[in-house]
Design a binder for this molecule. Sequence first.
Ligand code: BGC
Length: 520
Amino acid sequence: MGKAAVVVVAGVAIVCAAAACAAAAVVVSSRMRVRSQRRHARNVLQEFQEACSTPLPRLRQVVDAMAVEMHAGLVSEGGSRLKMLPTFVDRLPHGDEKGLYYAVDLGGTNFRVLRVQLGGKQGRVIKQEYEEVAIPPELMIGSSEELFDFIAKELSSFVAREGDGFRPVAGQSREIGFTFSFPVQQTALNSGTLLNWTKGFKVVDAIGQDVVAALQTCIRKRGHEMRIAALVNDTVGTLAGGRYWNEDVMIAVILGTGTNAAYVERAQAISKCGNVLPKSGQMVINMEWGNFWSSHLPRTQADEALDNETMNPGEQGFEKMISGMYLGDVVRRVLLKMAQEAALFGPNVPRKMLEAFSLGTPDMSKMHADESSDLKVVGNVLRDVYGIENTSLAVRKIVYEVCDTVAERGARLAAAGIVGILKKIGRDGTHSKWKVASEQNHVNGWEEVGSPVASECGKTVVAMDGGLYERYSKFRAYMQAAVVELLGDASKDVVVELSKDGSGIGAALLAASVSQNGRK
Ligand code: BGC
């Protein structure tokens, strides 16, 4: 080989080496960029996890705040963000109820109609049927007449299909329990005005209206002689449905699209009712705990941003950290921040991720339930919902962690809410303290005389319902574990149990127990 040729070969080799180096440098620098982006995403995650954390002392503060606010809400109207609404349910079903009853149930994304044939202590629920339809979204923000007419129409076509095995007691007309799962100021068991909407409903002209009168008018217009005998929040229906089967049920909690709790309170403790107290000495209180607020709640920027974009900013703060309507969107907001600040899903932010509520809680729950070693389901959900292809395991892990953080926080806060109620009614196991308190008449400035204590009451059952609790198993597990963590030994006297679809039946049972025809 001549000298010139050697020089050319050497030159080519140098050029190739330089190209290889350049390519390697590009790969290295892109790897470094990806690593630094992951690091950034992990920092965002860590910051979020810290802001969401609910260590035991903090949870205990939430428990105490819940008990204090419950008291304040019972003393005076507007005394607390907890509305603590009297329900006029002073007697819960006991099993004697007989006859045919209907229930209509409006409260979430679906609407239900139901009929039940009750057979008294022996027969119990002889037969029941129900139908469920999705609420057309336009009705959630339309006019009151359209909404109530829709309910009356569905009820009417359901009644028309009443088949064998359903018979009203002779001479008895069909009566209805109306489950209406929004804050209502009741003036009697069968009347009450809507205070405000929640869960994405905004039928403005219904606010301040008597919802029973509104529905009753629409039912009559359709030519039915059916009477609404009871207006019932879903928590109250769940309490009634739970109590029908188990007399230890004292509390009901809904963890679904929205969240709320109801419980049995001593009539004397409801000071804001003045002298209009039930003879039975007890009344069910609809807490409307979704609107609970305390400075001890671990609120993040994502929660604030979410709140600002809802139809009811500044309202339902507890609900927005806990319930099915919102959890998925909290996750989305954190992922969006990671996409924008750390290019977690590549150079472009997935367009759909900018859309509020584009990640539903069912999708979040699916990702969170993924036990596979490569988090395949997480990858599939990211692909199906946001069109993000080929995510790495590292990215999927981060997404999984965000779901875990949001679910754990919500579940632990719900547990603190439950223990707050147990504390208020003297069933959280601190009974010796409460006994001393009874002797002194006051604790923290409030009277607790006469609160039944756990040792005198045996078990306390909390009836749970709602899709979030029923279908999101990790949420449920976190919640149950936190109840045990908070109650310690006393948790052996507290049973948290699913009371599936109890609210519709519960409303029918309450209609039955006050039925004018059924009165003896
Ligand atoms: C409503 C409550 C209801 C709860 C669960 C909340 O948004 O304000 O009345 O009980 O959702 O459905």
